[in-house]
Design a protein around this ligand. Structure first.
Ligand SMILES: [Zn+2]
Length: 467
């Protein structure tokens, strides 16, 4: 009897705990409402409506007291919206820019286990397209701006929030960050910017690092082509476009660009050595201690890890291949696509010269496809890195702050090229082996969402000063 009676009591107790876990502080409630509103507006780059999302955020800011030129929605094309809002400081220092993108990658509802354009809370996660990339940051910045205003906070510098469109296609049509830089530079002019690109890495639930992205490799694509007169396959000749191309690609597969470290990758490897096993840590220390020889054993061992290899050097890799037109004909053409990721500061012309030397065949025509966006690394500024280290130690004790260079690309490169140093830093904690941005069932830990928002809210205050 007694046991029977216990059960309902326990059930009630657990229900109480569950309820308490969901009772949110007003500032958490606000951030969550904004997040939900953003997730539930479809902003897929090609088919969605970022103008609607920008208007929705502007309406919230106006309702909170932002007015006139301090909150603007700029729509360079139908369905394409950018929002810029400003909390005025006392002008003692130059502004800080908080950048996030409103657009998201497409999501096919049939592939997902939940509705992608609806915020769903399940098993301790928030699910929905854009929950991590990048509506967490967009929602967090808008919620912080409203909180600052409610508190009567007066920073030493203006705090600018810019929510842009078309990041997911690297602003190919120049309607997002490039358009803002070209037509409204005055609205986003800042001493430096915070952007996506770095977060808190969790391993088995434990924070192992807090990343600050300060630079990006430059993507550059080449088409290789060999043309020949062809003929009947019954009468083969020594010269064959497929063989020529294959041999050149084989030479490329064995080639390694020289090691080139910069301030960011050097710091990245220093911190990483502290987390690595004995042999790898020793290899890392040997590589960063001197001018490393690409043929040395420690470099070879380190470069066997593709992630480390991408941080050590420029890479060029074959990504596509085609050739021939019939099973019984000698090929008239063979083509390959080679994608290079160039270390920041390395001239693309030099890479092309190296590539031609490696392919070592005058019959192969090498042509660049598309444009390159060069990217200057942002300096590891003491004040910014110091504020991050201090606050990070409070939120994720023991997890080192690690500067990183992305092998991929974000809009940060446009800002850096325009002379605004940009730091990719989100405060959003997620499992390093469960990255779902751009993929199915994109999700964010509920606890990470609230902790990250609080972190960004406080970090911006630390960086903006004032009272
Ligand atoms: Zn993104």
């Amino acid at each position: 009897m007694r046991n029977m009676a216990m059960r309902p009591c326990l059930a009630v107790l657990f229900a109480c705990i569950a309820l308490r876990a969901h009772a949110l502080e007003p500032q958490q409630q606000l951030a969550l409402e904004i997040y939900k509103e953003l997730i539930e507006i479809n902003t897929v780059t090609a088919t969605g409506d970022t103008a609607r999302a920008a208007e929705a955020m502007a309406a919230r800011l106006r309702a909170a007291g932002f007015e006139g030129l301090d909150v603007q929605v700029l729509t360079p094309a139908p369905r394409k919206g950018n929002l810029v809002a400003r909390l005025r400081g006392n002008g003692a220092r130059r502004p800080i820019l908080l950048l996030a993108h409103l657009d998201v990658v497409a999501a096919n509802p049939a592939d997902w286990s939940v509705e992608p354009f609806k915020l769903t809370e399940r098993d301790g996660y928030f699910y929905g397209r854009g929950t991590s990339d990048d509506k967490y940051m967009a929602a967090s910045f808008v919620a912080s701006l409203i909180r600052y205003r409610q508190e009567g906070y007066r920073p030493d510098r203006d705090i600018i929030v810019a929510l842009e469109t078309d990041e997911e296609i690297l602003d190919r049509n120049a309607l997002g960050i490039q358009w803002l830089l070209k037509h409204h530079r005055d609205l986003i002019e800042a001493e430096f910017a915070l952007n996506e690109g770095g977060g808190v890495g969790l391993k088995a639930g434990k924070p192992i690092r807090n990343s600050v992205q300060t630079s990006e490799k430059v993507s550059l694509t080449y088409q290789l082509e060999v043309i020949d007169r062809g003929g009947h396959s019954a009468v083969p000749r020594a010269d064959n476009p497929i063989y020529r191309l294959a041999e050149a690609l084989s030479r490329l597969s064995r080639f390694r660009f020289p090691i080139r470290l910069n301030e960011t990758t050097r710091a990245y490897f220093e911190r990483t050595a502290e987390l690595e096993s004995d042999q790898t840590a020793a290899d890392i220390r040997s590589v960063i201690s001197s001018h490393p020889d690409a043929a040395s054993l420690s470099v070879m061992r380190l470069a066997a890890n593709p992630v480390y290899n991408a941080q050590l050097r420029t890479t060029c890799v074959a990504t596509m291949l085609e050739g021939g037109h019939a099973y019984n004909a000698l090929p008239q053409a063979a083509r390959a696509t080679v994608n290079c990721r160039i270390m920041p500061g390395e001239p693309p012309d030099e890479v092309k010269t190296t590539l031609l030397g490696v392919l070592a065949d005058d019959h192969i025509a090498v042509r660049q496809i598309g444009e390159t966006v060069l990217s200057e690394p942002s300096p590891l500024h003491d004040e910014i890195m110091g504020a991050i280290a201090k606050l990070s130690a409070e939120f994720w004790p023991g997890a080192p702050v690690v500067p990183v260079m992305s092998a991929g690309a974000t809009d940060g490169s446009y800002l850096r090229n325009a002379g605004i140093p940009t730091y990719g830093h989100s405060g959003l904690a997620g499992d390093i082996d469960d990255v779902r941005a751009h993929g199915r069932d994109e999700r964010v830990l509920v606890s990470s969402f609230f902790a990250g928002h609080e972190y960004l809210y406080r970090l911006v205050k630390l960086l903006a000063g004032g009272s």
